[in-house]
Design a protein around this ligand. Sequence first.
Ligand code: FES
Length: 310
Amino acid sequence: MPCHINFKGEKTVPVEEGQTILQASLADGIPHYHACGGKGQCTTCRVMVLEGAENLTPPTSCERAIKNVKKFPDNVRLACQTQVRGEGVQVQRLVRDDTDRYIFIDGKEEGTTIGEIGERRKLALFFIDVRNFTPFVEANLPFDVIHIMRRIFALFKNAITQYNGEIIDTAGDGLYAVFGLNSKIRQATESAVLAGFKILSDLRIFNNTYMRPYFNHTFEVGIGVHVGKVIVGNVGIGLSHNLTVMGYPVNIAARLQASTKELNNSFVISEVAYRLLKNPPYSLGCDYLNLKGVSTPYEVKLIGKPYEII
Ligand code: FES
């Protein structure tokens, strides 16, 4: 009796005993890429297993070797090396046309896991923005503006990487980072908050020892931290390891950062994130924000300081 395998969005095909997934799909007319002819060398036949992984044969030695080099997640299998032992298996081909082939095989790669496949993860989301940069830009030479920007971003980066955060994007005088790619959410939230406090403290020192004496100017920042389930992936062709993080919690975190102005506090964290902290910092109080598309006000905690320059 043959088993069956479902190719998501395509069709269900029978798999005879001893047949590999690749042989079964080709026999049923699926245009399954197999550049090396099924020898386990090219990875173009790879599939993502969506259901029924327990009914597949274990990885062959050649599959294990190639997966080690490419760092594929466990749910990615080589169709030419895998047989089906029971019902209920569903897979998705990852290379379905020439554009897929370019993205997955020719365009880049080695060692991309989350980036290539895309994953839903619970992360701590961290937004920071320099508050009073425009007056500085207007009053100083382009060289000084860029130089100071570099100093400030180096200070941000130092704190974020010290606490294992990953900078996702920069825009103007702000940036966006995530914590928790390699840790649990409680630890990630703790790290995001500690990174935020380190930035506030380092910026104070930078203001006193550099900005005030040399430029008669000081900077303040606004930080917003939230947690939530987001999609992590890589949509940048040609920019390897360029992680993108998407989802509604990202918008909330950005909104929290923007609210630091109206709430007159340099560090705003969502109540949800605050509750995850083992040693929550002193909060000057809580407040409520109206978020687009959310009917009830959103509770936040104010854990920074009121601004000196408004
Ligand atoms: S066809 Fe080349 S690795 Fe499977």
